[in-house]
Write a new protein. Structure first.
Length: 81
């Protein structure tokens, strides 16, 4: 089975193209609503970063944001690109 271009997010498998669509949609909606898009909000919108874990990081309960994301650093890097 060829799994190239497939990511696992939130317990389910997502194709690279679907992930790109999710990211673009999140950025678009944030720009329309606020006039800018924040990376952490994109991560929350696409389901990579649980809202409560983000709040824990904001208030210093978690040292690194990457620790509470539901994907590895390679996938985070792909999302941020």
């Amino acid at each position: 089975m060829n799994t190239a271009g497939v990511f696992t997010l939130g317990g389910g498998k997502v194709k690279e193209s679907e992930l790109i669509e999710k990211v673009h949609s999140a950025v678009y909606h944030q720009c329309r609503y606020r006039g800018y898009a924040a990376p952490v909000d994109v991560l929350v919108d696409i389901g990579v970063l649980p809202r409560q874990k983000y709040e824990d990081w904001r208030f210093g309960k978690v040292q690194y944001l990457e620790v509470v994301c539901t994907c590895n650093l390679k996938k985070l890097s792909f999302i941020m690109k």
